[in-house]
Write a protein of this length. Structure first.
Length: 367
């Protein structure tokens, strides 16, 4: 518990201290956000707002977890787990890709950074490295950091290993590429209003912190009553998820309307990559669709809009992603953001109830 508190305090301090320093630095370098011309006209006033706040988000999560890991090593002799390193690698690699994209935008002084092709290649390389290492690296617990299959909760309902070792690994790498690309881009699409992605991510990671903590208490071999989870080092995953939620909480102070800083792709891609990695590490890839339901709705609205327009040359929404649709209906930006936070909270609560009901059912408590 003390290790968790250390991570919370350090993450929050780094965020609260680091964000104003980054804002001043970005102001000095004139690295402001460039606003899309085809978006809501009310957003044009945001032109020049400091961006790349995701640098602080990435740094604060890593430093918070590292401080917690250091405390556990000095007090209990526990060394950091590979599972933690791999989940953080997924976050930082996507954050690096986002940073390159953000830097290209501010250097070109337009809202166009990396090409779609270049971004896709980067995501494939980093996601493939993560997938391969998560499956093959040995861990302290003896349980791999990921399982080659698709899971709703814990046990895979589709096991890739039946295809053979090599084919199973290849299919798993493709699956992980899809998950990381989908979640990182979904969070990126959600980051269109002040505080929307930050607050929604805070709620989502709080949900994952509870799931990982429950799995750590009921981890296989732990000796506690009820169904146990074959998850590698879930306590480390808990600390990372808590640090991410706390960092989003601290960053929201500066990112709420009117925003003093934007997280940029550096933050949104990193948070999406972390969300995907946590779903893989906790064996809840399909439960994540419910837990991160708001991100799914945002991404789906964009896909529906583009697909329907190509087929019919008509639009389903006034503008996509869907948060812009409600803006154009006359909702204030703050109203859209708060109501979308409420929607995400309902998704997270639903996912947690399903997760607990699944554990209770497997533990024989619902008979």
């Amino acid at each position: 518990m003390i290790a968790l508190i250390v991570g919370i305090v350090v993450s929050l301090v780094v965020t609260i201290v680091g964000t104003p320093l980054l804002i001043r630095l970005v102001h000095r370098l004139h690295y402001g956000q460039y606003i899309r011309q085809d978006g809501p006209q009310t957003h044009l006033i945001k032109r020049g707002t400091p961006t790349m706040g995701g640098v602080v988000i990435n740094l604060a999560v890593v430093v918070g977890w590292a401080a917690s890991a250091l405390y556990r090593y000095l007090s209990m002799g526990r060394t950091p787990s590979w599972s933690a390193f791999l989940v953080l690698f997924a976050m930082l690699s996507m954050g690096l890709l986002g940073f390159i994209d953000d830097f290209a935008k501010v250097r070109k002084k337009q809202n166009l950074g990396l090409s779609v092709h270049a971004k896709l290649i980067g995501q494939i390389i980093f996601a493939s490295i993560y997938a391969l290492l998560a499956l093959l690296l040995p861990t302290q617990s003896g349980i791999a950091s990921a399982q080659a299959g698709m899971s709703f909760i814990e046990r895979p309902f589709l096991d890739f290993s039946v295809l053979g070792k090599f084919a199973g690994i290849v299919v798993f790498i493709i699956w992980v590429n899809f998950l990381i690309a989908a979640w990182s881009n979904a969070v990126n699409l959600t980051d269109g209003l002040d505080g929307l992605a930050t607050g929604s991510s805070m709620i989502a990671f709080a949900g994952y912190a509870l799931i990982a903590f429950w799995e750590s208490y009921h981890v296989r071999g732990g000796g506690h009553f009820g169904f146990s989870y074959a998850v590698s080092d879930p306590l480390d995953l808990t600390i990372i998820a808590v640090c991410a939620a706390v960092v989003c909480f601290g960053f929201l102070w500066f990112n709420s309307n009117p925003a003093q800083v934007f997280m940029g792709d550096t933050g949104s891609l990193a948070l999406g990559g972390l969300f995907a990695a946590l779903s893989i590490a906790t064996h809840t890839e399909f439960l994540a669709v419910i837990l991160g339901g708001l991100f799914v709705l945002e991404a789906a609205s964009d896909v529906i809009q583009v697909g329907f327009f190509k087929l019919t040359h008509k639009r389903v929404f006034k503008m996509a992603p869907i948060h812009h649709h409600f803006e154009l209906l006359g909702w204030t930006e703050t109203k859209v953001v708060v109501r979308f936070w409420m929607i995400e909270l309902m998704f997270v609560l639903s996912a947690l109830m399903i997760f607990y009901a699944d554990w209770a059912g497997r533990s024989g408590l619902l008979i």
